[in-house]
Structures are given as structure tokens and as C-alpha cells.
Design a protein around this ligand. Structure first.
Ligand SMILES: Cc1cc2nc3c(=O)[nH]c(=O)nc-3n(C[C@H](O)[C@H](O)[C@H](O)COP(=O)(O)OP(=O)(O)OC[C@H]3O[C@@H](n4cnc5c(N)ncnc54)[C@H](O)[C@@H]3O)c2cc1C
Ligand code: SF4
Length: 288
């Protein structure tokens, strides 16, 4: 897991993972094994402080779409089920009252006092403390806060998350490029062969589902100022800056997309919008 509020645009989550696997404490577990699958997914880390409006006419957000994952535990299936049940209770009550296609406002006002709210409230400061004080001190303080929260109080109140992930990148000129080791083909692997194992498949003949609001901004800012981080943060090699007649040209290999939504979150200008592709395409993770 890599937090998307990282600052260095030269960082590659994929390469960090390959490097992590070669750590002496991890390598011994993986040696002699076989790579079976590959995938990537962005997790909703905002929790209690970041849950958006949940209801709209005729629908509601539940589960991870609502941001109900418990970050320090990396667990969300319980809250996905609980929120589905809570929303269903309110839908049933609305139908019974002869209502339809309106907002189930009761679900919106009920979740914070439900089991979901109790779960998320206790861990609300874990990620803000981690972001502010780093891995060692931040996790220690987060652990202390979670412990006091089980007793019913917090020394920190409710901490804010700070800036959004897309605003955390520094310009490339202020950062040191990162040199990653070559994959050994046994424990660490290259990106194309990994993406192949995601079984990603999209309808070829469709509009690109990764929409650029302003193509010129991609060159003037994403490339010139931030050094083209999309070529590194995308775990499927969808984005490339290639040289053409001495000029950089942005290429979007949309068919490789594994639907992790990182680009929508991390593009420094919020210039990329992920929209659902046609035909129910995307990765197929039979073993994950
Ligand atoms: C690496 C990892 C480890 C985890 N470990 C745990 C764990 O040990 N325990 C735990 O409780 N939780 C764990 N979680 C979290 C857990 O997976 C999520 O909280 C949970 O899956 C959320 O369920 P959901 O139904 O809300 O969303 P999802 O499981 O994400 O389901 C959403 C579904 O909607 C589909 N979809 C998206 N867009 C469209 C569209 N436009 N049209 C049609 N379908 C669409 C997606 O393909 C997906 O199948 C882990 C998550 C990750 C990434
Ligand atoms: S294009 Fe965006 S959503 Fe698709 S794999 Fe790359 S970062 Fe993830």
C-alpha cells in the first residue's frame, strides 16, 4: 500500500512495490514462488472526515464508494455490507410509505451513529497523524489515539487531512529523480508482463475513457513542471510521454487501464477524469 499524498513526482508505486519485494525480510517468503496475478486499486483513506453526501434522488453511495473503509485495518467489507443493509432499510421504509425516486435522507443522517460511524470515528486520526508525523511516530501516535478512542476520548479531537492528494506533488525541479533497480524476473518484474496478468480487456472501438479537460495544460504543467508523473503513478503504463519531431507528445493507452482511478486522484491539475468505459471492460482478477 502506498499513500497517494506522496510529494516526489519521480516516485513510481509499481517500482516501489518491486523494490519492496526484494527486501531481505520479504524476499525469503517469495523465493521459489510463482507470479500468478497482478492488479492495482486506489483505496479510500479519508474516512470519517471525508465521507461525501451519500444520497441523491433514486440512489445512494454505499461501501467504498462512500469512503467507508477503516484505513489502519485496511478493512472495508464489513462497512460495505452494513451500509448496504442500512440503505436498504431506508429504501424499504420509503417504499412502504409510498415514496419512490427521492432521497433517502434517513440513511444520510443515520450512518454516523450506526456501527459504521462507531468504527470510523475511532480511527479518524490515524491517517492524519501518519501524514503529519511520518511512519514511525505517526503510527505510534495513531495507535495511542485509537486506544484512547476505545476509552471514549481523543487527545487530538478530530484532525483534518490537510491538502488533497493531487496538491501534494512538488514540481520536478525541487525533487531528486529516483533510480529503480532492474527487475530480476523472479521476485521483481517489469510492468508490461505484469499488466498482461491483470487480464485487462476493453472494447477497442470506443472513445477514450480517460478524459483530458485541457490537453495543453498536460504539456505545460504535467510534463514541463511536474516531469510527467502519470507515466510513473499509473500502474498499467497507460500514460506515456514520447518524443515526436523533437516535441513531447502525450499518449494514452486506454486499453491497458486496470480501473484503479489513481490518475483521477493524483493528476496535479485535476485535468484527467476517469469515466466508466463501454462494455463492462476492465481487469479480470480470478485469483484475487
Ligand atoms: C489490497 C486490498 C486488501 C484489502 N483487504 C481487506 C481485508 O482483508 N478485509 C476487508 O474487510 N477489506 C479489505 N479490503 C477493502 C475491501 O476490498 C473493500 O472495502 C470492499 O471491497 C468494498 O466493497 P464495495 O462493494 O464497496 O466495493 P468494491 O469491492 O470495490 O466493488 C465495486 C464493484 O463495482 C464495480 N464497478 C465499478 N464501476 C462500475 C461501473 N461503472 N459499472 C459497473 N460496475 C462497476 C467494480 O468492478 C467492483 O466489482 C482490501 C482492499 C484492498 C485493495
Ligand atoms: S489510467 Fe488511471 S485508472 Fe487506469 S490504470 Fe492508469 S492510473 Fe489507474
Amino acid at each position: 500500500m502506498l499513500h497517494l499524498n506522496y510529494e516526489n513526482p519521480y516516485l513510481s508505486p509499481f517500482e516501489e512495490f518491486q523494490r519492496f519485494k526484494t527486501h531481505p525480510l520479504v524476499r525469503t517468503t517469495l523465493e521459489g514462488g510463482k507470479r500468478l496475478g497482478y492488479g492495482a486499486r486506489a483505496l479510500t483513506e479519508g474516512g470519517w472526515q471525508s465521507v461525501p453526501q451519500l444520497v441523491f434522488p433514486g440512489g445512494a453511495l454505499i461501501g467504498c464508494a462512500a469512503g467507508f473503509m477503516n484505513v489502519p485495518r485496511i478493512k472495508g467489507t464489513h462497512n460495505a455490507m452494513l451500509s448496504g443493509m442500512l440503505a436498504a432499510d431506508h429504501v424499504a421504509a420509503a417504499l412502504k410509505a409510498g415514496r419512490a425516486r427521492d432521497e433517502i435522507a434517513g440513511y444520510e443522517s443515520a450512518w454516523r451513529t450506526s456501527a459504521i460511524g462507531h468504527d470510523l470515528r475511532k480511527v479518524r486520526n490515524a491517517k492524519p497523524l501518519w501524514s503529519r508525523f511520518g511512519t514511525i511516530s505517526g503510527i505510534a501516535l495513531g495507535g495511542l489515539d485509537m486506544w484512547t478512542n476505545t476509552l471514549g476520548f481523543s487527545l487530538f479531537g478530530t484532525l483534518r487531512h490537510g491538502k488533497p492528494d493531487f496538491a501534494s506533488l512538488k514540481p520536478a525541479a525541487e525533487c531528486i529523480p529516483i533510480s529503480y533497480p532492474k527487475p530480476d524476473g523472479k521476485i521483481s518484474f517489469d510492468l508490461p508482463s505484469s499488466v498482461f496478468l491483470s487480464n485487462t480487456n476493453q472494447e477497442e472501438d470506443q472513445p477514450v475513457h480517460l478524459r483530458l479537460s485541457d490537453p495543453n495544460l498536460q504539456k505545460s504543467s504535467e510534463h514541463d513542471r511536474f516531469g510527467g508523473p502519470s507515466a510513473r503513478y499509473c500502474p498499467a503504463g497507460v500514460y506515456e510521454w514520447i518524443e515526436e519531431a523533437g516535441q513531447p507528445r502525450y499518449v494514452i493507452n486506454a486499453q491497458n487501464c486496470v480501473h484503479c482511478k489513481t490518475c483521477d486522484i493524483k493528476d496535479p491539475n485535476q485535468n484527467i477524469t476517469w469515466v466508466p468505459p463501454e462494455g463492462g471492460g476492465g481487469p479480470n482478477y480470478p485469483n484475487m
